[in-house]
Structure formats: C-alpha cells, structure tokens
Design a protein around this ligand. Structure first.
Ligand SMILES: Cc1cc2nc3c(=O)[nH]c(=O)nc-3n(C[C@H](O)[C@H](O)[C@H](O)COP(=O)(O)OP(=O)(O)OC[C@H]3O[C@@H](n4cnc5c(N)ncnc54)[C@H](O)[C@@H]3O)c2cc1C
Length: 411
C-alpha cells in the first residue's frame, strides 16, 4: 500500500494533470474544485502548448487520455507569427524554433475547455466539484487539513495548492507573494472561424497567428483554433461517454492596451459587459485597416471578458513543508508568452515524479519537495521572464522591469 495521501485544491490544468500522473502511478489522490461542474469556467480560449508542456502532459497522462489529447488538438499549421502594423503592413517579428518540427502527433495548441474535459477522463472518482477551500491547516501529527465552504474537510499527508492566480491558500500562507500588475489591460474574445471565413478578410489573416502592433498604443493578437477532430466526435471514438462541450473552430483575439492609453479607470473597465467590451475594441481600432476590423467585428460578446495582466516577481519556493504550491498559485505570468499552463503542467510532472518516489518509500518528503522547488523556480522564472520580454516587445509599456534571459538559473 502507498504511503502518501495527496489532497489537491483546484481542478484546473495543473491540478488535474498532477492527479492524472499520480493516479497512473498508483498514488492516492483526491482533487477538490470550487466550480460546480466541469462547465463552470466560461473562458473559451486557446492554449498554446510548448514542447516542454507537451512532454509534461505526455509524462502524466495514461495512453488513452494522450490519444484524446492529440485527437482534440489544433491542426498542425504554420504557427510562425506574422506581425503587422494597423494598416496591415508586415513588420519584423521574433521567430521561434520548435524542436518538435512537424511531428504528426505534435500538440501545439488546444482549446482550454476541451483540455479540462480531457484531463478529467478516468478521474470521476477522484475529483469533487462544488468544494471551495476556505483555509488550510497543519495538525500536530503533521497531517494537513483543507476546510471547505460547505462545512466539510479533507485530510492528507500532502496538500497541493493548485488554486490558480488568485490562490486563497497563497493568500493565507504567503500573504506577501502578490503578483505585480503590469499596467496592461486586456480584452479576450472568441470569434467563430466560420464567420471569419464567410467575411471578406484578407488571406494573410486567415488561419494564421497574427499580431498587430498599432502606432496608437493598441495591440491585437489573433490565434486560430482548428480542431483535428471535433471534441464530441473524438470522445465518442476514444472515450465513449466522456462529456465534451459543444465547440467549433474559432479564433481567440487578444486586445492589449496600457491603462494610461486606455484612459478608463479599473472599476469602470472591469464592470463592462461583453457587448460593451466588443464595442470598445471596435471604437479604439476605428482607424485600422478594414480587414482587421472585419475580423474583430465578429467577436462573440458572451465569450468576451477583461483581464489585468500580472506577474509573480520573483518566483520563490514555498517554505510551508507539506503544504505545496503549484501552477499560477506560485507563478502568475502574462499570457503573452503562451506558457502559463505549460509551466503548470511542468510543475505537475516534476511533483508527480518526486511524490511517487516518496510513496514508494524511495526518499523522504522534505528532500523530494526541495527537488521539486529547485526545478520549479528555474523553469517558472524563465517562463515569467520570457512572457515579460514578449509583452515588452508587443505592448511596449509595462509597469514592471523585464528580467534578463538568465532569470531563475542558479548562479
Ligand atoms: C486569456 C488567457 C490566455 C492564456 N493562454 C495561455 C496559453 O496559450 N498557453 C499557456 O500555457 N497558458 C496560457 N494562459 C495561462 C493559463 O491559463 C494558466 O497559466 C493555467 O490555467 C494555470 O493552471 P493552474 O492549474 O495553475 O490554474 P487554473 O487552470 O486557473 O486552475 C485553478 C483552479 O482552481 C480552482 N480554485 C480556485 N480557488 C479555489 C478554491 N478556493 N477551492 C477550490 N478550487 C479553487 C479554480 O476554479 C480553477 O479551476 C492563459 C491565461 C489566460 C487568462
């Protein structure tokens, strides 16, 4: 019998990936998620999957879940970004080399809601929805207890706080670790690909990863999500009975502006409805090329929301023994680098490996967690630095300093 009982707070990307890995290794794991169901999160956006993120997912997922992941991923396409000015004149853009090349099974982007469904495959008995953790505690016998808003509690040998960027557990245990505001305000939207195809948009914008850097301080990213197989069809084939959201191909659009150029106070901005946010983007891009506005015009108001970009600086290990932080709870970063979720699954992969070794009696917990934090601080600091460098390249104005390329590396 295993020696470690793991309680995970947060059934998002990092927490579920960890649970998949631990379950596969035979470790006792239970996840508690505040949303009432897997549909609880309405953000319909695309997640880029990096080579490191894909490797971590493959490490943690059993083969059938991996097949489902590949089947529901984005089609392979030329993912090199093309940068334009607001008149659709091509600009210089950084190039990225992908060591995976054109491997047929490559997973380079997924739909977030679909990924969550995929990560839930086979975990029915291990994930409890509608359980909001209000606080945690370590008992005199060393065990950890999570208390929930419904009056229940859960006890374990290790508690993993995978409760995201607004982590309540981080606020309790490390109140000084507050992610810093970059000063950038962002409007995320989903745009139906069918609508974009039907509209007369310039070919250069179709099914391409495009960035527009306006001379007026506004910045727009457009990223297509084109499913290899519709998620419901993929589930019917690879995991019959697994519920999937009804979702068609789309573009994710990301409109960034520094708050001084936005000129709207936060209270007013964050109170705006999806419809008002869509209008705002159209107003602010009034002088842009009609082809760009043609795409933005189709943004779905019910899939449009506002975000303030933030970053954890510096990323630090938690000094809380068997109360362990993972993912955005420990290292928030702006989505500009497309690596936040990738970093969370890299955490999950390392933590899964070391906890499995503890469960098998091959090492003790403090030593295993020290290893986890060493690896996490290096890869997460690099991810935060890279995300900030890309944000600086595209948005120009940030309220925080941009770390150098060696951030997080042992000196
Ligand atoms: C618009 C946008 C686009 C992005 N694009 C990319 C991208 O292309 N690539 C990429 O790698 N990353 C991207 N990211 C970042 C990525 O979404 C996050 O880094 C990733 O989701 C972090 O995973 P996590 O498990 O730490 O947190 P989450 O996925 O946020 O999961 C946290 C979970 O904890 C739950 N929870 C919170 N509090 C409690 C509580 N008290 N009790 C119980 N449960 C709780 C939440 O409901 C949630 O389900 C993007 C982020 C945004 C906002």
């Amino acid at each position: 019998m295993g020696r470690v009982r793991v309680v995970v707070i947060g059934g998002g990307i990092g927490g579920l990936c960890l649970a998949q890995g631990l379950r596969q290794a035979g470790v006792d794991v239970t996840v508690y998620e505040q949303d009432s169901s897997p549909r609880g999160r309405s953000q319909g956006y695309r997640l880029r999957i990096s080579p490191e993120g894909e490797r971590a997912l493959r490490d943690c997922l059993p083969p059938r879940v991996r097949d489902l992941l590949v089947a529901t991923a984005n089609v392979r396409y030329d993912s090199q970004l093309v940068a334009y000015d607001e008149n659709l004149v091509e600009q210089w853009a950084p190039t990225f080399t992908d060591p995976r090349g054109e491997a047929p099974e490559k997973v380079d982007a997924v739909d977030r809601g679909t990924l969550r469904r995929v990560l839930l495959a086979g975990l029915d008995q291990s994930v409890h929805f509608g359980r909001q953790c209000t606080r945690v505690e370590r008992r005199a016998d060393g065990q950890v207890v999570a208390y929930f808003a419904d009056g229940t509690r859960a006890v374990g040998d290790v508690l993993v706080a995978a409760d995201g960027t607004n982590s309540r557990i981080r606020a309790q245990l490390r109140p000084g670790d507050v992610p810093r505001d970059l000063g950038v305000r962002t409007v995320f939207s989903r745009i139906s690909r069918a609508a974009v195809t039907a509209a007369d948009v310039p070919p250069g914008l179709r099914d391409r990863f495009s960035y527009v850097i306006g001379s007026d301080g506004y910045h727009l990213g457009l990223m297509p999500m084109i499913f290899r197989t519709r998620p419901d069809e993929a589930a019917a084939r690879w995991w019959p009975g697994l519920p999937m959201d009804d979702v068609d191909d789309y573009y994710m659009s990301v409109f960034n502006v520094h708050r001084t150029d936005l000129g709207i106070d936060d209270e007013t901005f964050f109170a705006m409805s999806g419809t008002r946010l869509c209008e705002l983007v159209l107003e602010r891009t009034a002088g842009w090329h009609p082809g760009l506005r043609g795409v933005v015009r189709h943004a779905q108001p019910d899939m449009t929301f506002a975000v303030a970009l933030r970053a954890t600086m510096p990323v630090q290990p938690w000094d809380q023994g068997n109360l362990v932080g993972l993912g955005d709870a420990v290292h928030t970063m702006p989505p500009s680098g497309g690596v936040g979720a990738n970093t969370a699954v890299c955490d999950a992969s390392v933590l899964c490996r070391v906890l499995t070794e503890v469960d098998r009696g091959e090492r003790d917990l403090p030593d295993a967690l020290a290893d986890y934090y060493r690896a996490m601080v290096v890869h997460a600091s690099q991810a935060v630095a890279m995300s900030l460098r890309i944000a600086q390249w595209s948005i120009k104005k940030l309220d925080v300093p941009v770390p150098d390329a060696d951030a997080g590396k042992p000196r």
